[in-house]
Structure formats: structure tokens, C-alpha cells
Design a protein. Structure first.
Length: 401
């Protein structure tokens, strides 16, 4: 690490040079929101993008794979011209084949380049240089790389749908929005975007929280799902021992001059009396407020785009509000379900979940101690399990430094 710095004659480095080096996204150090230094794993941040390029996941990006993925990034920029102050990335300019052959080609004779293979190590070196001009903080950089990878995978799926002649008008609208996102993310990652926001991560999210539609109810959604699920697939209600739901309701991305829509996805795991566990596939719904009911969607692309448009904080808040049935009472068990789903969605880390639970346990312990009650660990857990809180209070816990 020390060898990368420009040094003075006495062998030391300038303080300003050190700060500038730390602030570059391609360096192994980053500055947290608390002003502390932390190691930044660029390799881990780049993995999702590498696997998006390497579609067959054999560890090598072939010329055909590179042409498809990199071509999508280039086309996204062409279809969404730069605004005033935007600078298109040099990495996404020029001939595709020349770009592919020159990645990691230093010291390689031109006659040998045709047989070269683009490995993950070369991909990292290429991206480290390309990301040097990025002004994104390291944590935002990692999230944006992940977003680009997910958007590329969605374009691949839509491309397959088009090849089968099944691309609908709705699919085309989704594709247009995805390419807009890719163009914006690409300029922020590898070029310069005049529209970068000052908020830590809000710059890359197109969706926002809106008040839930009147009459929207999670229990009603479950009833609609059960009707669709049991009537159209399996009829085992007489043998059901228990049901476990995974549900998330979110606002759709706002459309000008149209009423705000709400979307949902849910999955049901059913425990049968004979010991078997049956899990449904994810199903997607849209709330029809004119009929006060939920309508089944044929696919989940609209939901996934809307979810991607929400910041991690709003994803967590939507989970909490869903578990509270859009009310203000959130039981401890439902809080745990929401936090578990948030970890799976990468909206929060497992450490953040642990710290959140620790805050509530300390509050309960403080209350028991104030009343002069002896409490063991077992009793503390029992009392905490009876806790009822609110989604807003939970968000306040996460907002505390």
C-alpha cells in the first residue's frame, strides 16, 4: 500500500496526498459516516458486475458475453444523451472489440491478444482504473455497482422475452426505464453526472414513500392469495398445520397525472399435518383502489423495478409498515420477520439487526431494573417477546449514531 504514494525526498508523503488517496473509490480504505477509516473491499463490490458480464458463470468473460453486456451500457448512453454537466465515461466509448482486447493487455504482444481471456483478476484491474474518476463514496459505489448488475440481468431477461416474440408494451416501458437507470448509474460510476444528489445514497433511487391507499389491507391480500393459490394449484386446507408468510408492499414508481399505485409480493410456506412443507413461488399483486382489492400480476418486473427504486432505508420502512398492516402497532415477532427480510434483501446488515434488537433489550432491562425486579436472561427474553413498538420508533433506532 505504501508503495502507491508519491513520496518526498525524505521518504514521507504529503498529508493532502494521503487524503486524496483515501477518498478515491478504488483504494482499500474508505471513510465512514462517523469519520472513521474502514477497509473497502473493491473485489467484493465488483463481483456482481463481473457475474452480470459472465452470463454462463464459468469465470471467464468471453467476447460474446462482453459484447452483449458492454453493448447494453453503450446503448443506454446513446438512448439517453448527456445533460448539461454530464460527461460520458471513456470506458464506454470506442469500438467494443478493441476495448475487449486491450483490457489487461499491458505487456502482451498484439499477435497474442486474440487468444486472451478476460478473468476476474483482469476485470478488477480494468475497473479499478476506470473507477478512479468516480466521485461516489465507497459505500454508494458498491450499491451502484450492484444496481447496474441487476439492471443488466433484467435487460437480458427482456431480450430473451423479445426473442420469443412475447415482449409486451408494458415490458417495453420497463425496458426504457431500466436503460435510463443504467445510463445514469454509468455516468456516476465511470464518468461524471451533474445530477448527483448530496444525499448519501438517494441519488440513485427513483422511487419514494407515499401514503398507503385507503382501504389497503395486508390480511385482505393474504385472503386473495389463498383464494388464488388453493383454487388454482393445491387443495390441502384440511391438512394445514400452520402457515408462514413473506410479504412486502411498496409504492409503485410515480407516473405523472396518474393515481399512486401500490404493489405487493408474497410467498407462503405451508406446514402440513403429515410433516411436509410446501412453499409457493413468489406472487405479485397490484392494489386496485377503485375496487378495494388486490389483482394478481402476470410477472414481477414492475415490482422489482419499483423496489430497486427505493433506498435501503425506505425498503426497511416498507417492510415495517407491511408487518404492522399499515398501522402503528408492530409486535416483536413481526419486527423480527421484517428485520430478517431486510437482511435477506441487503437493506440492512446482520450487525445492524443485532444492534437494533440490543437497543430494545436494553430498554426492557432498564424498565425492569427501575421497578426493582430481578431478571435473568430468560426472563428478559420473555418480556421482550411481549414488546409492541411502532415502525417510526424502529426507524428512529436505526437513525441513532
Amino acid at each position: 500500500m505504501w508503495s502507491t504514494f508519491a513520496k518526498r525526498e525524505d521518504g514521507d508523503i504529503e498529508y493532502e496526498d494521503l487524503i486524496q488517496w483515501i477518498l478515491k473509490p478504488s483504494t482499500p480504505l474508505s471513510v465512514t459516516a462517523l469519520g472513521e477509516l474502514a477497509f473497502f473491499d473493491l473485489k467484493a463490490a465488483l463481483e456482481p458486475l463481473f457475474w452480470a458480464y459472465d452470463q454462463n458463470r464459468d469465470g471467464i468473460i468471453s467476447w460474446e458475453e462482453f459484447m452483449e453486456a458492454h453493448g447494453i451500457l453503450q446503448n443506454a448512453l446513446r438512448l439517453n444523451p448527456p445533460k448539461e454537466g454530464d460527461i460520458d465515461p471513456a470506458m464506454l466509448k470506442g469500438d467494443l472489440h478493441h476495448c475487449y482486447l486491450t483490457i489487461g493487455s499491458e505487456g502482451v504482444r498484439s499477435s497474442e491478444r486474440q487468444d486472451r481471456r478476460l478473468t476476474f483478476a483482469k476485470f478488477i484491474t480494468w475497473q479499478r482504473d476506470a473507477l478512479m474518476s468516480s466521485s461516489l463514496a465507497s459505500d454508494v459505489l458498491a450499491k451502484t455497482l450492484h444496481s447496474v448488475a441487476k439492471q443488466l440481468q433484467r435487460v437480458f431477461k427482456l431480450s430473451e422475452t423479445e426473442k420469443r416474440g412475447q415482449l409486451t408494451e408494458s415490458d417495453k416501458q420497463v425496458l426504457v426505464r431500466i436503460l435510463q437507470h443504467i445510463a445514469q448509474f454509468s455516468r456516476e460510476l465511470w464518468g461524471q453526472s451533474a445530477s448527483q444528489w448530496t444525499s448519501v445514497i438517494a441519488h440513485s433511487f427513483a422511487n419514494k414513500w407515499t401514503a398507503p391507499v385507503v382501504g389497503m389491507n395486508v390480511q385482505h391480500l393474504q385472503e386473495v392469495f389463498l383464494h388464488d393459490f388453493e383454487a388454482g394449484r393445491l387443495k390441502f386446507s384440511a391438512r394445514v398445520a400452520s402457515r408462514e408468510w413473506e410479504i412486502l408492499c411498496i409504492p409503485a414508481i410515480p407516473v405523472l397525472n396518474r393515481p399512486q399505485a401500490w404493489l405487493a409480493k408474497l410467498r407462503l410456506t405451508t406446514q402440513l399435518t403429515d410433516g411436509r412443507r410446501l412453499r409457493s413461488s413468489w406472487q405479485f399483486y397490484r392494489y386496485a383502489q377503485e375496487l378495494f382489492t388486490w389483482h394478481l400480476l402476470t410477472d414481477g418486473k414492475v415490482f422489482e423495478v419499483a423496489l430497486e427504486g427505493l433506498s435501503p432505508e425506505l425498503q426497511l420502512f416498507c417492510l415495517l409498515k407491511t408487518m404492522a398492516n399499515f398501522g402503528v402497532r408492530l409486535t416483536w415477532s413481526n419486527l423480527q420477520k421484517a428485520l430478517s427480510q431486510a437482511v435477506e434483501m441487503h437493506s440492512i446488515t446482520d450487525e445492524q439487526r443485532r444492534l437494533c434488537n440490543s437497543v430494545f433489550e436494553k430498554q426492557v432491562a432498564k424498565g425492569l431494573d427501575a421497578e426493582g425486579l430481578y431478571f435473568s436472561r430468560e426472563r428478559l427474553e420473555r418480556v421482550t417477546a411481549c414488546l409492541v413498538t411502532t415502525p417510526s420508533h424502529v426507524m428512529g433506532v436505526f437513525a441513532e449514531p
